[in-house]
Design a protein around this ligand. Structure first.
Ligand code: C2E
Ligand code: MG
Ligand code: MG
Ligand code: MG
Length: 280
């Protein structure tokens, strides 16, 4: 629509696009205001360690308690934050909060690794690796206590600053997990080329393993492939006893999902990981 209007015009967008752009600008400011006014908070979902028979990890998941709109899911604001650039200040807040929480967990004597989600845009600035490592060390934490969840796209991207940040973080001890494994790019060769510690098999692969032989066979292949490559496997979205038992039989290393525990407020997370687990 913009083309035939000629060069000397601001009418680049049609009305719909303009409305969407306004909406994005609005949300961008709402997110920045939300950070300032402490409307965001983190919950933690315990991750069951099959070998250790206990919760040895937790995933930090962000929530937005909006003063008018109520509780907003990250599915609704993370994609917007990624598009407007608000993900950088938001992600910075998330990591800072997660590190403060990790410090508390350590003071309580808990032996835990915490997994934090990162959007690929957060790796764009050349100094982020050093910044994050400095934050960990200032909190008295080892890099090995932090797992960063990234998606396959980081390794496909030609933006090499992202890759060099990821490599530098890993070189200094931070662990790397591929989130939503299998849902994005189908290329797998990055698994042998990059230092991946964990793959998180997406819930969509787990959903039908108890009823469908092919779904089960596919997950078995993913777990075996990971073993060959010396990568640990986390199954996501495990909701039933049948799925849990099957995954243990297939040699899955970690289980995450409502069957074991929902994402929890920090205090509930702390008390749960301290208890012996009844569901085993
Ligand atoms: P994800 O990283 O793949 O996180 C797993 C999501 O699955 C979480 O949703 C979790 O609550 C949900 N889940 C876990 N177990 C089950 C289960 O058994 N059944 C079902 N139906 N769902 C389960 P949540 O917290 O709504 O987060 C959604 C997505 O938003 C995350 O997916 C992640 O991609 C993104 N996200 C969340 N927190 C952050 C963050 O701090 N930074 C960034 N960049 N993204 C985040
Ligand atoms: Mg995740
Ligand atoms: Mg995930
Ligand atoms: Mg997911």
């Amino acid at each position: 629509a913009a083309k035939h209007l000629g060069r000397n015009t601001f009418h680049f967008y049609d009305a719909g696009m303009q409305k969407e752009a306004d909406h994005f600008v609005h949300l961008h400011h709402e997110i920045l205001k939300g950070i300032e006014q402490r409307q965001f908070f983190l919950v933690y979902q315990p991750i069951f360690d099959v070998a250790a028979r206990r919760f040895s990890k937790g995933e930090a998941l962000v929530r937005w308690q909006h003063p008018e709109r109520g509780l907003i899911s990250p599915f609704d604001f993370i994609p917007v934050a990624e598009r407007t650039g608000a993900i950088r200040p938001l992600g910075q807040w998330i990591l800072q909060q997660a590190i403060a929480d990790m410090q508390l967990f350590q003071q309580l004597g808990l032996d835990l690794q915490i997994s934090v989600n990162r959007s690929s845009q957060e790796f764009n600035q050349s100094k982020v690796a050093d910044d994050w490592l400095a934050q960990l060390s200032a909190a008295g934490l080892l890099p090995e206590q932090l797992i960063l969840e990234i998606t396959e796209s980081v390794f496909m991207d030609t933006v090499s600053v992202q890759q060099s940040n990821v490599l530098s973080l890993h070189q200094q001890g931070v662990k790397l997990a591929i989130d939503d494994f299998g849902t994005g790019y189908s290329a797998l060769n990055y698994l042998s080329r990059y230092p991946v510690d964990f793959i998180k098999i997406d819930k969509s692969f787990i959903n039908h393993i108890a009823e469908q032989d092919k779904a089960c066979a596919l997950v078995a292949v993913l777990i075996n492939m990971a073993k060959v490559l010396d990568v640990q496997v986390v199954a996501e979205g495990v909701e039933t006893r049948e799925q849990f038992d099957l995954l243990l039989k297939l040699g899955c290393d970690y289980i995450q999902g409502y069957y074991c525990a929902r994402p929890l407020a920090k205090a509930d997370f702390v008390s749960l990981v301290q208890q012996p687990q009844a569901f085993i």
